[in-house]
Design a protein around this ligand. Structure first.
Ligand SMILES: NC(=O)C1=CN([C@@H]2O[C@H](COP(=O)(O)OP(=O)(O)OC[C@H]3O[C@@H](n4cnc5c(N)ncnc54)[C@H](OP(=O)(O)O)[C@@H]3O)[C@@H](O)[C@H]2O)C=CC1
Ligand SMILES: O=C(O)[C@@H]1CCC=N1
Length: 263
């Protein structure tokens, strides 16, 4: 298997596969910059090769370059690709049709949207089949992503929304976390205390949601004592239209995902 483009997400996948028991000798990596290639070779003991070598040698090619770099990468590897290979793309916004139309006829393409919590084996990934995929290609992609978290199958038409929710989602959560820590500091808490309070509150709340399966509204109501502190805070969030801001933000991410393939 080869990972083409080992930046943030490519390295996350690489490290996850190694943690899950794959041997460095089973994996090939490609990178554009020589110093990054050296760093990865030294850190993980993997072979760093050219894109064309990777395309010629690997059965499965995992494409993890930026969407804007995808046309050049596909043009470079297309002459070396055989229809027996599987191509797995992690790029936001790039459709399976976009990839299929630039590679030899019949290549199986799987589109994946992962997220960065994969770095701690708590990733959320959604996969979709291209025109030439059968069950075996989806099982292969699931095996890859299951090494670092949960995997679900979605119709490809849902992938832009998935990207906006779980692909970009960690960034929204970190934004909330930053804001809460700053509020604590503003009120005089030491930064380390505020950080501990917020991070554990986030972790505990996520666990409560997952383990009870309760609706978030029910869990929020349990925190909200009549006439109390939480009610006062939630009123401010509603007054500042935070719910509407999340809707607009997530729609903007969805629209950006739709636009990326056209650049
Ligand atoms: N970061 C995230 O949370 C998520 C990212 N993704 C998707 O993953 C992909 C990568 O994103 P991310 O890791 O954040 O971006 P990065 O820029 O960190 O990684 C991309 C890497 O690919 C390298 N690269 C570019 N072109 C080539 C090429 N032709 N051959 C070999 N290597 C190349 C880049 O080199 P250079 O530095 O020189 O440009 C860079 O190291 C994107 O398509 C993104 O949509 C999906 C879900 C989540
Ligand atoms: O911001 C981005 O475009 C990528 C895709 C999802 C998360 N990061």
């Amino acid at each position: 298997m080869a990972i083409l483009g080992a930046g943030v997400m490519g390295e996350t996948l690489l490290s996850g596969l190694l943690r899950a028991g794959r041997r460095p000798g089973e994996l090939l990596i490609t990178e554009r910059r020589a110093e990054r290639a050296t760093e990865l070779r030294e850190r993980y003991g993997v072979d760093v090769v050219t894109n064309v070598e990777a395309a010629a040698k690997a059965d499965t090619l995992v494409l993890v370059v930026k969407p804007q770099d995808m046309p050049d990468l596909l043009a470079e590897i297309a002459p070396a690709i055989r229809s027996s290979q599987t191509v797995v793309s992690l790029a936001a916004g790039i459709t399976t049709t976009f990839i299929e139309s630039r590679l030899p006829e019949g290549v199986a393409v799987v589109r994946v949207m992962p997220n960065t919590p994969a770095l701690v084996d708590e990733g959320m990934a959604a996969i979709s089949r291209g025109a030439h995929c059968d069950e075996s290609h989806l099982v292969l992609a699931e095996g890859l992503l299951a090494a670092t978290g949960r995997v679900i199958r979605v119709p490809e038409k849902q992938q832009d929304a998935v990207t906006a929710i779980s692909g970009s989602g960690p960034a929204y959560i970190f934004f909330v976390v930053e804001s809460m820590i700053e509020a604590g500091v503003h009120m005089g808490l030491p930064r380390s205390t505020a950080t501990d309070l917020v991070v554990q509150t986030l972790f505990g709340s996520a666990k409560l949601l997952r383990e009870t399966g309760e609706h978030p509204t029910v869990l929020r109501e349990r925190v909200t004592s009549p006439g109390g502190t939480t009610a006062a805070a939630v009123r401010e969030l509603e007054d500042h239209k935070v719910r509407a801001a999340f809707l607009s933000a997530i729609e903007a991410a969805r629209n950006r995902s739709r636009d990326l393939a056209a650049e």
